[in-house]
Design a protein around this ligand. Structure first.
Ligand code: HEC
Ligand code: HEC
Length: 308
């Protein structure tokens, strides 16, 4: 805060208090000029309705004076007058830090217990999953949705279909370090027609019938020359680099022919931000178990394969 604003706030705050004091003094006294012999204000309504000109009761006045004394005391002890920090040295930041430390201390033993539990077992602990759900709502739902079903560009975490893999350690790594999915744009290489061909080929990989079968054959050649390095010979993808399976009708960026053409032409760099430093290992562990539980609803042990 600059000196000017500090002074501005100080003067404004004090002037208000002095103003209140003067206002009370002024309204508390009967006004000499207005008071008549019978102590009324002299105003008459409806022929006989008059108003006494009495000062306010003392106890009422003292309440006002007390609030003024309280305000001055408060401003002396706590920060309120511009840069002046108050005699107690109290600050919002310290108070916040203290509260955080207190909560941290209370939950630490609980998280330590969770940390020692393997993820598939933790995923069946309903208390831990309640905590996981809250952590997810606070940290992940903005992107993945409160139901974790994702949106265009943000993967669905409940369908057991994985870009990077759904094994417990893989999910943990994803949350700690984040991920970056890099699909290059191919328009400069393939040209508009080339993009149309290869998009037509991708369109029918999951069993749909392409409306342009003549493009598919040319697209197949293109795919084998350009795309297999990442998406694999059969188009089933590569979890090591997060290249999606193109044959399963689960689409990160949409499966219409226009959407496929768009991403093939222009590419996309998609970021899952790293959360390790932000949340710490113990919370990440609970979150990983929560994410794991979403695609293993009948209990972890019932589903032998972690990834597709
Ligand atoms: C700023 C948005 C954003 C936030 C916040 C976010 N994510 Fe993500 N997450 C993404 C994106 C985008 C991807 C896909 C990355 C890619 O395409 O390579 C992703 C991918 C993932 C994956 C990999 C899915 C797969 O199929 O392999 C997991 C698991 C995941 N996120 C969990 C979480 C969890 C848990 C949190 C909360 C701690 C979280 N994310 C917070 C955007 C976000
Ligand atoms: C360098 C590796 C790489 C190459 C080469 C590559 N891709 Fe990709 N592709 C990716 C990655 C990684 C993603 C996921 C992007 C993301 O995380 O958002 C992706 C995403 C896609 C998607 C979106 C899938 C979905 O679920 O929405 C399509 C379609 C696609 N690629 C088609 C192609 C085609 C066609 C080619 C060849 C012309 C190609 N890719 C070449 C890495 C690659």
């Amino acid at each position: 805060m600059s000196n000017f604003w500090s002074l501005f706030i100080t003067i404004l705050a004090l002037a208000n208090i002095v103003g209140c004091f003067l206002l009370i003094r002024w309204t508390a006294k009967p006004r000499p000029g207005e008071a008549s012999a019978d102590q009324t204000t002299g105003h008459v309504w409806d022929g006989d309705l008059m108003e006494y000109n009495k000062p306010m009761p003392r106890w009422w006045l003292w309440l006002f004076y007390l609030t003024i004394i309280f305000a001055l005391g408060y401003l002396l002890l706590y920060p309120g007058l511009g840069k002046f920090e108050g005699l107690l040295g109290w600050s919002q930041y310290d108070a916040y830090e203290e509260q955080v430390a207190e909560v941290e201390q209370r939950v630490a033993p609980l998280f330590a217990e969770y940390a020692a539990t393997p993820i598939p077992a933790l995923a069946e602990n309903s208390d831990a999953m309640d905590t996981g759900r809250r952590l997810f709502a606070n940290n992940c739902a903005v992107c993945h949705g409160s139901d974790a079903r994702g949106a265009t560009g943000y993967p669905n975490l409940t369908d057991n279909d994985w870009l990077y893999g759904g094994a417990p350690e893989t999910i943990t790594q994803t949350i700690i370090n984040g991920r970056s999915g890099m699909m290059p744009g191919w328009k400069p290489v393939l040209g508009e027609d080339g993009v149309k061909e290869v998009a037509a080929y991708v369109y029918q990989l999951n069993g749909r019938t392409s409306p342009n079968p003549e493009l598919v054959e040319a697209g197949k050649q293109r795919f084998a020359a350009t795309c297999v390095g990442c998406h694999g010979m059969d188009g089933t993808g590569n979890q090591a680099i997060g290249a999606p399976n193109l044959t399963d009708d689960v689409w990160l960026h949409g499966g219409s022919i226009e959407q496929i053409r768009d991403i093939v032409a222009n590419g996309r760099t998609n970021q899952m931000p790293a959360h390790g430093d932000l949340l710490g290992e113990d919370r990440v562990h609970v979150l990983a178990a929560y994410v794991y539980s979403l695609s293993h609803p009948d209990g972890a042990a019932a589903t032998p394969s972690d990834s597709e």
